[in-house]
Design a protein around this ligand. Structure first.
Ligand code: ADP
Length: 266
């Protein structure tokens, strides 16, 4: 709390006075801490692949280059780490673009058929699913209309589906389903659920899952190519739609991420 006392006595008037200015700076301070942590996290996340690239290149220059069998896997690691850097930067840019659009008068929202967006998202994830041996199933009645920004909602669904694939086992199936239901005031809304039967998430991680760079399993999600920003992007997109996002998960059984948006049955 900042308290500032301003004297109102100007030296001429008989009766003076004082004005107490009380500012609650807790929120400002917290924002400042979040911003500082974020910058520290970004630096750390970018430095990790750069350190690895440097190490391998130095070893190559120190002589490993002469041995093809050693050099090729080293170069493959360099390539993978540069792709990782790219992914982190792409995600950071996506996040800041959504934040900026939300601040500047909001994102462009239009009513349209939800199934088209879900199908497009699944199409984007098809190759990744095939590589992992995971099936994808869409269950969305054709008549559902959602008030959405197609491009952004598709990106949110893609992020959820990519995670669901990443944390599933071979031969598992990821289901993307949608339904219209009544909200607390009885108004219709659309609920989109991305469900997997993968490893699940321990309860202590659930409250922090949507924070930038938060990972429930550091080692695994890093090696699986995650940037730690996927769910933060989803949350921002959903908030820009005035929607909600919830997660339900049980370790060893699977996870379900549910987005609700404004929508109705045609
Ligand atoms: P990442 O890029 O690391 O996947 P996200 O923000 O997308 O980052 O997810 C944050 C963390 O949440 C992940 O590192 C992972 O630990 C956990 N997570 C997200 N989705 C799932 C899922 N479907 N099943 C199990 N864990 C998940």
């Amino acid at each position: 709390l900042h308290v500032r006392i301003v004297s109102l006595h100007d030296g001429r008037a008989k009766e003076g006075g004082a004005l107490a200015v009380i500012n609650d700076v807790t929120k400002l301070r917290r924002l400042e801490t979040v911003r500082r942590d974020f910058v520290a996290n970004v630096s750390h996340e970018l430095r990790t692949p750069i350190t690895s690239i440097r190490g391998y290149v130095e070893t190559l220059l120190d002589g490993a280059l002469d041995n093809r069998e050693v050099a090729i896997p080293f170069l493959e690691t360099v390539l993978r780490q540069s792709e990782r850097l790219n992914a982190i930067i792409d995600d950071l840019l996506a996040l800041s673009r959504i934040e900026q659009e939300s601040r500047a008068g909001g994102i462009d929202l239009r009513e349209g058929p939800l199934v088209a967006v879900l199908e497009a998202a699944v199409q984007t994830c098809r190759i990744e699913a095939e590589k992992a041996g995971v099936g994808l199933a869409v269950d969305c009645p054709a008549g559902i209309l959602a008030t959405m920004n197609d491009t952004l909602l598709e990106q949110a669904i893609v992020n959820l589906v990519v995670n669901a694939i990443r944390y599933s086992r071979r031969d598992d199936v990821v289901t993307i389903s949608a339904a219209v239901r009544a909200d607390a005031e009885g108004k219709p809304q659309v609920a989109i659920a991305v469900r997997d039967t993968g490893c699940g998430i321990a309860p202590q991680h659930l409250p922090r899952l949507f924070e930038r760079f938060y990972r429930s399993d550091q080692a695994r999600s890093r090696t699986e190519g995650g940037t730690g920003l996927g769910l933060a992007i989803v949350k921002h997109i959903v908030q820009a739609h005035d929607g909600t996002i919830d997660v339900r998960s049980q370790e060893g059984i699977g996870s379900e991420f549910i987005i609700t948006l404004k929508g109705r049955m045609a």
